[in-house]
Design a protein around this ligand. Structure first.
Ligand code: SF4
Ligand code: MG
Length: 336
């Protein structure tokens, strides 16, 4: 099957006090047409920086893609100009964020903001535009669509605003929707409704979804394939069943163990001990999980583990598995 998005070897750096720190270091993964890929990890793992890199929305003053390719239908997005990216954003690739209020313009009506996307990216006639906007709102489950088009973002609830964002995102039938923690700011019941909506829309539009989350419940619900990130790197990648039933990386295992069990009475979540190293405190060499890993060995401090496949479609970055990589010595030679 062909690939829609292929991120290869991505390095995204931030200039802090004159030094470049990599929030994303050597990240590679791909998304096939119509596939739902979840990127999972704790906050500070580089998930959002990765998605902003793909959309070319990094903070201009200090963030920069240093290396790597972002191939969308075979075309590298990394070197594109703002103007070229504007033609792609909202049309072929759309994005929704955690807080829709920041993405919507507070002084423009919902209808105006939907119309604008259609005017910019389609050839729909002026008379048809508003009708299309109303029908998009209905598609995302807004029944009072005729009234909502004349309202402003602050007049809507958080869940309704996220529905509006989804309507804007799908207005041009994108091939890829990037959703960065789209339900994190919402109440639990609304979260479930929005996830269900994303799933329904994904099928209707036939688009792929790159869903960024820290919530393994969301992953179980939505994902076809899962990419686990830790401290700016991919540490495991596989299909959703193998992630839950045959996790390999110690970090993935710890994440799974941190999910509260149904039969456990707990007031607090089990958490993984320790914290993700901050950008400024990233170890110079060795495995970035070493200080929190129950299986750490001497070699883990001395060399960087490489990402390799243990079985077809199941990749992991950990010395516990390197022996089982095919051609592991070749791969190791490449990075040294
Ligand atoms: Fe743990 Fe070593 Fe594997 Fe890192 S490489 S996850 S420290 S065993
Ligand atoms: Mg984030």
């Amino acid at each position: 099957q062909d690939t829609l998005l292929e991120v290869k070897n991505l390095h995204t750096g931030f200039n802090i006090d004159g030094r470049v720190h990599h929030a994303v270091k050597d990240v590679s993964f791909s998304v096939k047409p119509k596939e739902v890929v979840c990127i999972v990890g704790e906050s500070g793992c580089g998930k959002s920086v990765m998605s902003l890199s793909v959309m070319n929305l990094l903070p201009k003053h200090n963030g920069k893609i240093d290396k790597g390719e972002i191939l969308f239908e075979g075309r590298d997005l990394a070197p594109l100009s703002e103007k070229e990216m504007n033609a792609i954003r909202g049309k072929d690739i759309s994005m929704i964020f955690q807080e829709p209020m920041t993405a919507l313009n507070p002084v423009l009506t919902i209808g105006y903001q939907l119309d604008e996307v259609l005017i910019n990216h389609t050839t729909i006639s002026k008379e048809e535009i508003r009708r299309k906007s109303v029908s998009l709102l209905k598609q995302v489950g807004i029944s009072r669509a005729d009234q909502i088009v004349n309202e402003y973002p602050h007049q809507l609830s958080g869940g309704m605003r996220q529905r509006v964002m989804i309507a804007i995102a799908i207005a041009c039938q994108p091939k890829l929707l990037i959703a960065d923690e789209p339900t994190t700011a919402l109440d639990v019941t609304v979260q479930a409704q929005i996830l269900e909506l994303i799933g329904k829309i994904q099928e209707e539009v036939g688009m792929a979804v790159l869903l960024i989350t820290h919530d393994l419940g969301v992953v179980a619900e939505m994902a076809d394939r899962v990419v686990v990130m830790y401290a700016g790197q991919v540490v495991e990648e596989t299909d959703v069943d193998r992630l839950f039933y045959e996790p390999k990386h110690p970090y993935t295992k710890a994440l799974l163990e941190s999910i509260p069990k149904m039969d456990e009475k707990r007031d607090v979540l089990n958490t993984i001990e320790g914290i993700v190293p901050s950008l400024k405190n990233m170890p110079e060499k060795g495995c970035r999980f070493v200080d929190r890993c129950p299986a750490a060995m001497d070699v883990c401090r001395e060399m960087d583990p490489i990402l390799g496949e243990t079985d077809k479609g199941h990749a992991v970055r950990c010395f516990l598995y390197e022996e089982s990589f095919p051609q592991s010595s070749d791969k190791r030679a490449e990075v040294q």
